[in-house]
Design a protein around this ligand. Structure first.
Ligand code: NAD
Length: 289
């Protein structure tokens, strides 16, 4: 065998042996999660589900009162810790990870969920709109993942990073340039980090929800009115409109997104990384308006 080939085989044997030593995913009941944007909507539902499965959770949000309220409702300091984190702030992110390690001994599941939507038609989208949108969703999730990777690598036990991305990062919706582009950035972060962190046993996957109207602060805070105008339906009928355009004729709720995070991290999908799971009752599977 040529020298180069011998080296290749030895190298892969070494890598294989390393991977064989890597422990399988820990059961959720023994895990510690950090969920960004967990003070509301989808993030809150994810935090609730993970605690219901026995995990300890850091409820990270830039809205301190919301984070405190969610954490208090999850059984208090033994199970949930509120952390004031603006995902655009590197120091606040690092501090939240340090707090998690202090309180619960480590972190092995990180959910990039914090988000806003400032999307408008192209001509009305300012440079500031673009920067704000990307600072929170593209840059913010990159910063959180970078800190997560540092902590996960130091622990040497593998782990999970989950992005709450969007159908809008894959398919073009109307008047959606800033939000859609930032979600597409997140979608590619999933693949890039799955490739870069796979050797550490860290899985990186995405969940692509669509039309989660009820419970969503994004929808209540102006996005809903804007979407209602785009689709020509009254805002109070938006949930119903989204449900009717799905293949399953079902409204998507925050809990359905939390179910997908559970499925990705509970252990059964131990060999899945770089994947995006749609939670959209079938919208992305069909050619619909
Ligand atoms: P939401 O407004 O209810 O929750 C978002 C949370 O993120 C809020 O608690 C907010 O305070 C927090 N947040 C915003 N900016 C932050 C920052 N800089 N740092 C830390 N926290 C910050 O909205 P939601 O609908 O639950 O959305 C959650 C995520 O799901 C977002 O990333 C959103 O883009 C994504 N998503 C939502 C839908 C939907 O239909 N609602 C669809 C696809 C994707």
């Amino acid at each position: 065998i040529p020298e180069a080939e011998k080296f290749r085989i030895e190298y892969w044997e070494l890598e294989e042996a390393k991977l064989r030593r890597m422990p399988p995913p820990k059961p959720l009941a023994t895990r510690v999660a950090l969920v960004t944007g967990a003070g509301s909507g989808i993030g809150r539902a994810i935090a609730r589900r993970l605690v219901a499965e026995g995990a300890c959770v850091v409820v990270a949000d830039r809205d301190a009162d919301a984070a405190e309220a969610v954490a208090a409702g999850l059984g208090g300091p033994d199970r949930a810790l509120a952390a004031v984190v603006d995902v655009t702030d590197e120091e606040q992110i690092a501090a939240a990870f340090r707090a998690a390690v202090r309180a619960f001994g480590g972190v092995d599941l990180v959910v990039n969920n914090a988000g806003i939507s400032v999307s408008k038609p192209l001509a009305e989208t300012t440079a500031a709109d673009w920067d704000t949108q990307h600072a929170i969703m593209a840059r913010g999730s990159f910063l959180v993942s970078r800190e997560a990777a540092r902590v996960l690598a130091a622990q040497g036990m593998g782990g999970d990073i989950v992005y709450i991305a969007s159908k809008n990062g894959v398919f073009a919706g109307p008047n959606n340039i800033a939000y859609g582009a930032a979600k597409a950035d997140q979608a590619h972060q999933v693949r890039l980090l799955a490739a870069e962190l796979g050797g550490l046993g860290v899985r990186v996957n995405g969940v692509n929800p669509d039309g989660v109207v009820r419970g969503s602060g994004i929808f209540a805070g102006g996005w809903g009115a804007q979407r209602a105008a785009v689709y020509g339906v009254p805002e109070e009928k938006l949930g119903e409109f989204y449900a009717q355009r799905t293949l399953l004729k079902r409204e998507v709720l925050p809990e359905h997104v939390a179910n997908a995070v559970f499925a990705l991290t509970a252990g059964e999908l131990s060999h899945t990384t770089g994947l995006h799971i749609p939670v959209d009752a079938g919208v992305a599977a069909a050619f619909l308006r």
